[in-house]
Write a protein that binds this ligand. Structure first.
Ligand code: PPS
Length: 570
């Protein structure tokens, strides 16, 4: 199966002329609007990055990949690449039918012949592929809370690649990279996968990897989708560009990979290896905790730090690329250099320095020093531009609680206090205001409530992105939706969830709007706390109890919390 590295890799695109014809014909087909993740997957399917896949997985391939990391024909493939759709959409499609796959602007990128349609057992997929059915894993969370209920599978016919307007010169298909390597006479190429800015430790690691494997170096950062909360790819690419001239130009190159990562640790490492082989590389760096998803619900790591290296070693021959394993690199002060942690024999006599990702984020957030031994001044300057200290960033305060719990009153008091302080514009997205101005057509079914909260989340994320303060005060009864909003906002600034924990009994006793009475009488249906569920937030940033407390005091507790989080300067 493994192709000689420098020959072209098969793509799924039809010729230019056929594409023009197909595009017109596809205009009449049933259309699926691809999600951002599906657009990433489709791009790599079409350009050969996911070779030997010929489309989104059918049921047999899916089952086999989930159970055995292999396609039904036995080829190694660790990641289910599936086209998830809503039940409503699946009802418009029949087996054997061609559908058009469109990007978010409606451009037809490909057609797919639907050969398979099924409702997957997502809990099983989570357990087998990601090691646990735990929503703390970003891909498991995506699987349960973002992906559609039904999977469609079938071969894809490529019409055109997704359009990218950013860093165009830095993007290469597998065949473009192969051609570049051919042109440069590069026979051996070691790829470095990354979703983080490059600091000195990474530079040392990549230098050593290239030296040890006597290969040229491809810095191959992921710019599709990475872990929620990561530094955005625009900033990262500017950081990479800033350090590129510190590498020898004749043996190092950089290219951007539009991959949507799953953070699946060991399986992901094998997948990354196959993708890099497809891009013409011969070696691949696998470090500590490769593509790690962070902690599970019990606060433990999902995978061991070197599980990815172990699994890779097992499949290395089949992947067709050689692993360059790396241990954790740390700075040895006395020798003023980075060394692999496990190779330092005089550990007790030297000073070992290291700054974790969490510590780096803290220093950036608080505007603290980032030493020269850790990173390059150019990189730090870029990061500081995008991540000003927290007290200058936008943020969202998201109140949640029963109707009549006091959310709006506390939110109003908080708004006034923040306006008194000044510095950042404050916007109040109160439940009632939103329902009047943004969501007037919506009712209180689960679907409508979700839509309402997502709209609030979207507006709050825009406000946060642009450096303002958004105060939201809907009931927001569902934890999955609150989490989705949190993730959307945390890309740009802090999300402070405040649970206004007034009990349902107290809210009903107060019954300011007389709604509880109507709900009890059955005159209002689906009333939160009476005839509709409310998921109590498990770990909000703050829980306020309004019973026996002044509004001013409740709002003040929020101010103190914001201060302690560094969001308002002391
Ligand atoms: S949600 O669930 O977050 O979309 O709700 P929200 O937008 O905050 O709207 C809640 C306000 O609408 C009134 N109302 C109801 N609440 C809950 N359940 C039902 N069925 C319902 N019908 C109307 C209620 O007055 C809420 O106002 P608040 O400000 O929360 O008291």
């Amino acid at each position: 199966m493994s192709l000689p590295n420098l020959a072209p890799i098969p793509e799924l695109y039809v010729s230019f002329d056929s594409a023009q014809k197909l595009k017109v014909e596809a205009g009449n087909l049933v259309s699926h609007d691809l999600s951002p993740r599906q657009i990433c997957d489709l791009e790599l399917l079409m350009n050969g990055g996911f070779y030997p896949l010929k489309g989104f997985l059918g049921k047999d391939d899916y089952d086999s990949v989930v159970d055995n990391m292999r396609l039904a024909d036995g080829s190694l493939w660790p990641m289910p690449i599936t086209l998830d759709v809503s039940e409503a959409f699946s009802e418009t499609v029949e087996l054997g039918q061609d559908i058009a796959l469109r990007d978010q602007e409606g451009v037809i990128l490909a057609t797919m012949t639907v050969t398979d349609m099924w409702t997957p057992d997502k809990a099983r997929e989570a357990e087998k592929v990601f090691g646990a059915d735990d929503d703390k894993h970003p891909a498991v969370n995506y699987l349960h809370n973002t992906a559609g209920k039904v999977y469609l599978g079938g071969p894809v016919t490529g019409i055109q690649p997704p359009v990218h307007y950013d860093f165009r010169a830095r993007r290469d298909t597998p065949n473009e990279l192969r051609a570049r390597f051919r042109k440069l006479g590069w026979r051996k190429v070691v790829a470095f996968q990354t979703r983080n800015p490059l600091h000195r430790a990474h530079q040392e690691l990549t230098f050593r990897a290239a030296r040890e494997s006597q290969a040229n170096l491809l810095i191959h950062p992921v710019v599709g989708m990475t872990k929620p909360g990561d530094v955005d790819h625009f900033t990262r690419v500017r950081c990479y560009e800033a350090v590129l001239d510190k590498y020898p130009g004749s043996t190092t190159t950089m290219s951007l990979l539009p991959l949507a990562m799953r953070m699946a640790g060991p399986r992901e490492a094998v997948w990354h290896g196959l993708i890099r082989r497809n891009h013409g590389c011969t070696h691949f760096i696998v470090g500590r905790d490769h593509a790690g998803p962070g902690k599970n619900s019990d606060g433990e790591d999902f995978y061991g730090p070197y599980d990815a290296q172990d699994l890779f070693t097992q499949y290395q021959d089949e992947i067709g690329i050689q692993m360059v394993p790396f241990k954790h690199m740390v700075y040895v002060q006395e020798r003023a250099q980075y060394e692999p942690a496990d190779e330092i024999v005089d550990q007790d006599q030297v000073t070992i320095l290291n700054i974790s990702g969490t510590e780096l984020r803290r220093r950036l957030q608080e505007g603290l020093e980032i030493p020269d031994w850790f990173s390059f001044p150019e990189v730090v300057a870029e990061l500081r531009k995008t991540r000003p200290p927290r007290s200058q960033q936008g943020f969202t305060v998201f109140f949640t609680g029963f109707s009549g719990s006091g959310k709006s009153t506390i939110a109003n008091a908080l708004m006034v206090k923040l306006m008194e302080m000044g510095g950042r514009p404050v916007t109040l997205l109160d439940g009632d205001i939103v329902r009047k101005n943004l969501s007037s057509e919506l009712g209180f079914s689960k679907e409508h409530r979700d839509l309402n909260i997502r709209r609030i989340g979207y507006v709050a994320s825009e406000i946060t992105k642009n450096g303002g303060i958004a105060i939201c005060a809907p009931i927001a009864p569902y934890s999955a939706t609150r989490r989705a909003v949190r993730e959307e906002i945390e890309q740009y600034g802090a999300f402070v969830e405040v649970h206004v924990a007034t009990s349902i009994e107290e809210c009903e006793r107060r019954d300011r709007k007389g709604l509880y009475k109507l709900a009890r009488e059955g005159k209002i249906k689906e009333f939160t706390g009476i005839s509709d569920p409310y998921d109590v937030p498990e770990a909000p940033e703050l829980r306020v109890d309004t019973e026996g407390q002044e509004v001013d005091n409740c709002a003040h507790q929020v101010v103190l919390k914001l201060e302690s989080m560094g969001l308002i300067a002391g």
